[in-house]
Design a protein around this ligand. Structure first.
Ligand code: AMP
Ligand code: MG
Length: 325
């Protein structure tokens, strides 16, 4: 009797396990990880395939590393367009640029997709920084006000011949939201989806919250574990893409648009909020704004919270996460 009971119990847990689906893969230049609960196995396979295809589509359309992407085409052509003859773009790219410009305004230019006019000459693999001559010549091309977007007509033109945009600070959060929209269409109510430092958790983990980890920026370890449900979480860190220069300086990928150089003062920023389309640009923004201005911004945005690890290793929390007593 005991044995039968145990076997039954085992069968039950196996079946329960089988309804969780997990997949980790590389796309969009990063590691993606999806876990969700769905009882219908065939539907689960279709949901996963759809999410994977959507990530591939987003990469093919918005990657600066793919010559045939819409983003690459715009970078080639928008510098030749004018107010009289602007360049037609997709409604989707128009939306991404519009959101980016919104965050440029909100952050006084800390978030600026034209950072790439100069930063495209950082070569992290070969440990190369732009020259001083390049910095001098291209710093004036870092200015979001030089992007002229008509978000209703879906056209754009760039008012500087060397302007270049890169959506690396916003596209992954957007992609994660797109993936979650697919999961919702399948009626999935328990899921966790991450693309590099950008994640969303849907519902809970069937009875307990999802645990989202904030990495120790200087060790391969989780520093803080956040129990969360139904939120987006984006982390920007100086450890994600970087090289150590001969001077000993850490040359990382989050650029202060004012100097064209890697931003100092913070090692990582985590933003918690409703969707990745906002938490992703906000994490990059707060990283550039620094602990004080960054926290002040998050504290005035309802529905958003932040955890900052400063370059001194201090952990700072926004008001929504600190004990109200
Ligand atoms: P994240 O991982 O979301 O912090 O985004 C970092 C990425 O955003 C970098 O790899 C760049 O592609 C892009 N980026 C860097 N600096 C900026 C900036 N100041 N404004 C907007 N995007 C940026
Ligand atoms: Mg970001």
């Amino acid at each position: 009797m005991r044995l039968i009971l145990m076997l039954l119990l085992l069968a039950f847990t196996a079946a329960a396990q089988a309804n969780w689906h997990s997949k980790t893969w590389d796309a969009m230049g990063t590691r993606l990880s999806l876990t969700f609960w769905l009882e219908d196995e065939a539907a689960a396979a279709r949901a996963l395939a759809e999410v994977m295809a959507e990530m591939e589509r987003i990469d093919q359309q918005f990657s600066p590393y793919i010559d045939t992407s819409e983003l690459s085409r715009v970078n080639r052509q928008a510098v030749h367009a004018t107010a009289e003859k602007p360049l037609a773009i997709s409604p989707e790219l128009s939306r991404l640029i519009d959101k980016s410009l919104y965050y440029s305004g909100l952050t006084q230019g800390a978030f600026d997709i034209t950072f790439a006019s100069l930063a495209r000459y950082y070569d992290y693999r070969n440990k190369l920084s732009p020259s001083e001559a390049q910095r001098e010549a291209l710093l004036p091309a870092i200015n979001y006000r030089l992007i002229h977007l008509d978000k209703n007509r879906h056209t754009v033109w760039f008012a500087h011949p060397q302007l270049y945009i890169d959506l690396g600070g916003i596209a992954k959060g957007y992609a994660v939201d797109q993936g979650v929209a697919i999961l919702h269409r399948y009626g999935i109510t328990h899921a966790s989806f991450s693309a590099g430092g950008d994640s969303r958790v849907v519902g809970d983990k069937r009875g307990r919250p999802w645990l989202v980890g904030i990495k120790n920026p200087r060790a391969d370890a989780v520093a803080i574990s956040l129990p969360l449900e139904n939120v987006a979480v984006s982390t920007s860190g100086d450890y994600e893409r970087y090289f150590i220069a001969d001077t000993g300086e850490r040359v990382h990928h989050i650029i202060n648009p004012g100097t064209g150089k890697p931003s100092k003062g913070i090692n990582s920023v985590t933003i918690i909020g409703p969707v990745g389309f906002d938490t992703d640009p906000l994490s990059t923004s707060v990283f550039v704004m620094g602990p004080e201005r960054g926290l002040a911004l998050i504290n005035q945005l309802p529905g958003f919270d932040a955890v900052i690890i400063t370059s001194q290793g201090k952990v700072l929390y926004s008001q929504g996460l600190t004990d109200p007593r």
